[in-house]
Design a protein around this ligand. Structure first.
Ligand code: 9MG
Length: 284
């Protein structure tokens, strides 16, 4: 299986990729406000690459439920100078986390290689055009609706089955309607996006049904609130549970782990992979 994002190519199977998070937002749930200045964001991105990140994910609008919407001009002002300064200094692809077609296009023009679309279900033709024109990578993340309008409480019959069908439908539409090649696509079940604690646990337990599909699976669990709900841990104390999820995810065939804690995740994932590469009876 190959993943192509502009000049970058990744051939799977290979060690899982760790995607480091760079938020240039005042209000993200875990690191809001820490990297708002261009210099601080660039330094953080470089530090994450030095720790072993093989993709960076840059976001200028918080996806936290209830977060204030950000104008296109403000989002551009936050992310474009960071991309322009960071991309010439790194050899790994930069992903732009945005729902806005104009931001996606401007980010690709500035040197981003992947569009991380947490609202892929809405099928935005202008965003798809930008991805297709630049031959960028495209993260298709599942969410029932945009953060502000997510149904409360979320309703699913069979959360794993429904999200599997969503991926299959997107795959066809992207190829036939949007001109986006399968090689450009990554799937992501969208842990925490319009899902209850029980849905999130069922998705994590059912990861194998997604990793059997012909596209790489990305998982974001880092410090998320479902961990707090299950274990009562404050956001700054959720690293152990995030690592437990990441290692089980890699054992289930997940190819990309999105995280705030790159060094720790790289170490945990490499250890899991070393064990899994031996003849084992772990899951018999
Ligand atoms: C932006 N963002 C926040 N959480 C995420 C997740 O789980 N996956 C992806 N692709 N993006 C996310």
């Amino acid at each position: 299986m190959i993943f192509r994002a502009r000049q970058f190519e990744f051939f799977f199977p290979r060690p899982a990729l760790v995607m480091g998070i760079v938020n240039v937002t005042p209000d993200s749930f875990s690191d809001g406000g820490k990297f708002l200045a261009v210099g601080a964001a660039v330094a953080h991105g470089l530090a994450l690459v030095a720790q072993g990140a093989e993709i960076l994910d840059l976001g200028g609008e918080s996806t936290r439920p209830g977060a204030a919407p950000v104008s296109e001009a403000e989002e551009l002002r936050r992310v474009i100078p960071v991309i322009a300064a960071l991309v010439p200094q790194i050899q790994v692809p930069l992903s732009i986390d945005t729902r806005k077609p104009a931001v996606a296009r401007a980010a690709l023009q500035a040197g981003a290689s992947i569009v991380n679309d947490v609202a892929a279900a809405r099928g935005d033709a202008a965003l798809w055009r930008a991805v297709a024109e630049f031959k960028a990578g495209y993260v298709v993340m599942h969410a029932q609706g945009p953060p502000l309008t997510m149904p409360e409480p979320p309703v699913y019959g069979d959360v794993v089955g429904e999200i599997g069908k969503f991926f299959d439908g997107q795959m066809e539409t992207l190829q036939q309607v949007a001109g986006i090649a399968p090689e450009q696509v990554i799937f992501d079940p969208g842990i925490g996006f319009g899902k209850t604690l029980e849905h999130n646990l069922q998705l994590l337990a059912g990861l194998r049904s997604f990793t059997k599909k012909p596209r790489p699976l990305l998982l974001g669990v880092s410090r998320k609130s479902f961990i707090g709900k299950l274990l009562g841990a404050a956001v700054e104390n959720r690293l152990p549970a995030s690592l437990a999820c990441a290692t089980l995810a890699v054992a289930a065939g997940v190819r990309i782990i999105r995280t705030h804690d790159v060094a720790e995740t790289v170490q945990a994932v490499r250890m899991a992979e070393a064990i899994l590469s031996r003849k084992h009876e772990l899951f018999d």
